[in-house]
Ligand binder design. Structure first.
Ligand code: SF4
Length: 450
């Protein structure tokens, strides 16, 4: 009988993509994939180390796998391996550690381990010295209508709170041909929406430029978007988190002609206070950020802006927090992910004086979340009565009625009641008119194309 393998992902969309690729490699090598909750011969945990809590969770999942099957081969993969290799090697729950840029060799490494070969010197590299993008690819993803595609790895920014540059290394971009080939294949299997993702996608292609400032002239990300727009069957192109500096008039003019491009921008803000941004080592001011928002509003019809904000960064005063609160309201985000600052060992911010007490972080987080809720409602309200296109993703029951659920181009969640004898609409893009709020975060709509 074939050996069984189970997989678990912690952390971001890049990790999810990589786990899908790893799963595919095991399947191609004849392993039978089982659920992580089942007994398996091999457990692969793709770990995360973005916060101390993520470290803990990574360890917990590895221990859980060992408990489930004491005889299994337990493999720790990815970011937490890069930050805590020595600890993991001492952990009796872990048999094998595989670092970043080594994932494409994982089946070989696991089989080498099972054959009792000495592979110990070949599983974790000095990621800071890595120059090449590690090519991985997926044939399908967990989400059946929207595919997240990894286009680059690494980050050169070194924000003061972030450990990622230390565990993912410097910017390495994927070859455009490989990206296009993967998307073409996914499109042929029915995917309509593509989300470009990476550790710092604004840096896509910069590692291949002679001068990093050429990014503003040559705009590799914009060229990639245009090329994806040529692939038959791809009806939506969405971008993952962007740094505001990449938004220039030239960039916008390059992408605006690609009709599949979704006017939804996740522009990473982190704080609306200039002094906090400086301590974070972010390289823009709130004024610059606002300028980029204005520019995008000039070219796109009521685009959606989403963002991440950290509250309670070391030294954040009441006044600085107020500045953030005012700033976000001025922008009018459609959604904000609020994070309470959490110390990450090994970063500059963890060593900063004036760490903020938890109860203040909690208060600020609540204030920002309630402001964000109102903003989101105000933004959604503008769409009531409008004709929109929705990509139907799944069915859901709400108050005992059945609905098709999907998102429009601006990533607003829409529901369409399932009537008797209705066609199966999953993975179809249909035209609807938005009627009213069904819940706080879902808008009810009805078909407007028939
Ligand atoms: S841009 Fe800053 S926050 Fe984002 S991965 Fe790089 S260092 Fe971390």
């Amino acid at each position: 009988m074939n050996k069984t393998a189970a997989f678990l992902t912690l952390g971001c969309k890049v990790n999810s993509y990589e786990t899908e690729a790893i799963r595919g490699m095991f399947e191609d090598s004849g392993y039978q994939v089982v659920d992580f909750k089942e007994i398996a011969d091999i457990y692969v945990v793709n770990t995360c180390t973005v916060t101390n809590i993520a470290d803990r969770k990574s360890r917990q999942m590895l221990h859980q796998a060992r408990k489930r099957n004491p005889d299994a081969v337990i493999v720790a993969v990815g970011c937490y391996v890069q930050s805590a290799k020595e600890d993991l090697l001492k952990d009796s729950s872990v048999d094998l550690v595989v670092g970043n840029n080594k994932k494409s060799e994982i089946v070989e490494l696991v089989e080498g381990y099972m054959a009792k070969n000495d592979i110990s010197s070949n599983t974790v590299i000095d990621i800071g010295a890595a120059k090449d993008y590690e090519e991985l690819s997926v044939a399908s993803t967990m989400e059946k209508t929207r595919a997240f595609i990894k286009i680059q790895d690494g980050c050169n920014r070194f924000c003061s709170y972030c450990i990622i540059p230390y565990v993912r290394g410097r910017v390495r971009s994927r070859n455009e041909e490989d990206i296009l080939e993967e998307i073409t294949k996914l499109s042929k299997t029915g995917y309509k929406e593509i989300v470009l993702t990476g550790i710092h996608i604004s840096s896509y292609g910069t590692d291949r430029l002679a001068n990093t400032d050429d990014v503003y002239r040559l705009m590799p990300l914009a060229s990639l978007i245009k090329a994806i727009g040529e692939i038959p069957g791809i009806e939506r192109i969405r971008l993952g988190s962007l740094e505001p500096r990449i938004i220039t008039e030239e960039f916008v003019k390059e992408i605006i002609g690609t009709t599949q491009f979704c006017p939804h921008f996740h522009l990473s803000l982190q704080s609306g206070s200039a002094s906090v941004l400086k301590r974070m080592n972010r390289r823009y001011t709130p004024e610059e950020y606002e300028k980029k928002v204005r520019l995008l509003r000039k070219y796109f019809d009521n685009p959606a802006f989403t963002t991440d904000i950290i509250v309670g960064f070391p030294g954040e005063t009441d006044k600085e927090f107020e500045e953030t609160l005012e700033f976000v309201q001025r922008i009018g985000f459609s959604a904000i992910h609020v994070f309470k600052y959490s110390k990450r060992a090994g970063t500059k911010a963890a060593e900063m004086k004036d760490q903020i007490p938890e109860y203040i972080k909690h208060q600020r987080s609540n204030m920002l979340i309630s402001a964000a809720k109102q903003m989101s409602k105000d933004y959604r309200e503008m769409f009531v009565g409008r004709i929109e296109k929705v990509l139907i993703e799944e069915e859901e029951s709400i108050d005992q009625r059945r609905y098709y659920i999907g998102h429009n181009e601006r990533y607003l969640k829409l529901a369409l009641e399932i009537g008797e004898g209705m066609d199966n609409l999953i993975n179809r893009i249909i035209t609807v008119r938005i009627n009213k709020f069904l819940t706080d975060d879902i808008l009810l709509c009805y078909r407007a194309d028939s």
